[in-house]
Design a binder for this molecule. Sequence first.
Ligand code: PRX
Length: 650
Amino acid sequence: MPGKVDALLDEKRIFKPSKDISDGSNIQKWMENHGLSSYSELIEAAARSPEWFWDELAGELEWFSPYSDVLKWDPPHAEWFLEGKFNVVHNALDRHAKGPNKDKTAYIWEGESGEVRTLTYLELYKKVNTFANGLKRLGVEKGDVVSIYLPMIPELPIAMLACAKIGAAHSVVFSGFWAKAFRDRINDAGSNVAITADGFKRRGKLIELKEAVDTILSQTPTIERVVVVEHEGLEVSMEEGRDIWWHEVVQGMDYECETEVMDSEDPLFILYTSGTTGKPKGVLHVHGGYSVGIYATLKFVFDLKDNDIWWCAADIGWITGHSYIVYAPLIMGVTSLLYEGTPDYPDPGRFWRMVQDHGVTVLYTAPTTVRMFMKYGEKWPAQYDLSSLRLLGSVGEPINPEAWIWYHKHIGGDRCPVMDTWWQTETGMHLITPLPISTLKPGSAVKPFPTIEADVVDDNGVSLKSGGGHLVIRSPWPSMFRTLYRDPERYVEAYWSKFPGVYLSGDVARLDEDGYFWIQGREDDVLNVAGHRISTAEVESSIVSHHAVAEAAVVGKPSSVKGEEICAFVVLKETSTNLENFQHILKDHVKIEIGPVASPSTVKIVSDLPKTRSGKIMRRVIKAIVRGEDVGDVSTLANPEAVSELKKAF
Ligand code: PRX
């Protein structure tokens, strides 16, 4: 990705958070309380004894019974807070509902239509308990996996918390994926119970979720019960004995439900993410360490205080939502905004109107959203009072310096520092990130969080002081994933085998002379489309599953708004006829197979794809064509003529 590296290399501007922000920050106070007089003292102390650092933070949460040791590290397997008894829901809900926070608002929910509902900690607690009791009645037990496929409605966090409360793991599938993705994830997890809704609206258009789920339920042999939330009041078919309405599940259920005493290392959830092969990876997180890691990062990076209104504008179906909409803000006892719809619907003022109307103080979103608003122009945010904002955040993809500067100026009024947080589904929490006391450089995720040993290395694992290389993490961290569900070998092979005992992130990064990290993007065949991780292999196998298709190659093309767009080159079977409008048919096919986020923006029908003599598709060559770059040496190709055809097609 030479273009990107060069552009970032030129970036020399720096920004310092105001004295008010840094002096009043949680991290500053914590340092003072621990006798640390500077950031470098903090980093040194944490590096000298990571176990001390994490022990202190774990001590800010409530444990049913204490852990014996902070860490057992047997690379690549870590255990944190050994033998501790813990449940995240006790920390996120029970203790607030029974304490001074009970009448504090936990969630302000805004629907796409503009409807607003609020839930206090006590109300949320009761809803979680009644649903948890209902799940038990449906036969859900500790250790089960419940599959959840819900839009951004309050029932989604309620369902997750209810599972965790009774010791079942949840597996949430993004509602923007199509039902076949839900089917595959149910089957991988072996769930007996699935939770969905009748439907929801996306940009005013009705998505009939239950109807979509009905099409896959004959292919999910383990499913016994399907709970359906009535959200849009749709008429849906309910199969006797299998399907049950949410309101019937909670009917007559007790407001109290005992919180299961879990071991620190017991599973909390599985979240599927894309890897280099078509098969999604079931990333597994646990109760204890995960909670400590996300709590510490939300507290120190986003600096949340009692009166903050926090808006993490992600979807709960992704890790950002799991960690920073559901679990960490509730552990901290703050008020969060939960938004059902799209940021620019019905007009590009929607997002900013919500910041104004709800008095949002800290906003966390993705670069793709920032770039979309840059395109609409500053006249939209300028119409609203955004003076409540104190801090801003970015996640999901590299934020280009111009978008950072725009965000800082037009949204943050030149006073809100931008926290560009680098992390992944696997890491559970921010790993490379600024703190509100850091000097910021637009486009850089700044430095590793205390205790995190991040590095940039060459192919031999040797540290690089300049130039792009593999971004690796050399130390364990509490909210690291513990394994890939039902695939422990892939856990070792995909992440820990290239450099034994060192975590391979799959990203390329560069370090500058001040030790700042500049993340360049993925180094594998994983695309990042508008902050969504999508594997080329998954899209290719979906295209090839169409009966008229013989072969397909999928590559990413840089996009000024979405970061990357999906381009597909497709070879049809000779027997295929009647191919009018085939590009659209294939786009729709992928939409139905995976979901709209994975649908290619460009489909080109070609007669051949460039291949090596051993028959491997040369994606490097296709990528170069799509990017308008030099294709390099094609002498090893079995069919160099395919290159000129592709060039013409593009
Ligand atoms: O490529 C990196 C990019 O998103 C990937 C992780 O995607 P996912 O597991 O879906 O989690 C996204 C939300 C944490 C990373 O491998 N990424 C994430 N944050 C950043 C980023 N790239 C650059 N800068 C970031 N701040």
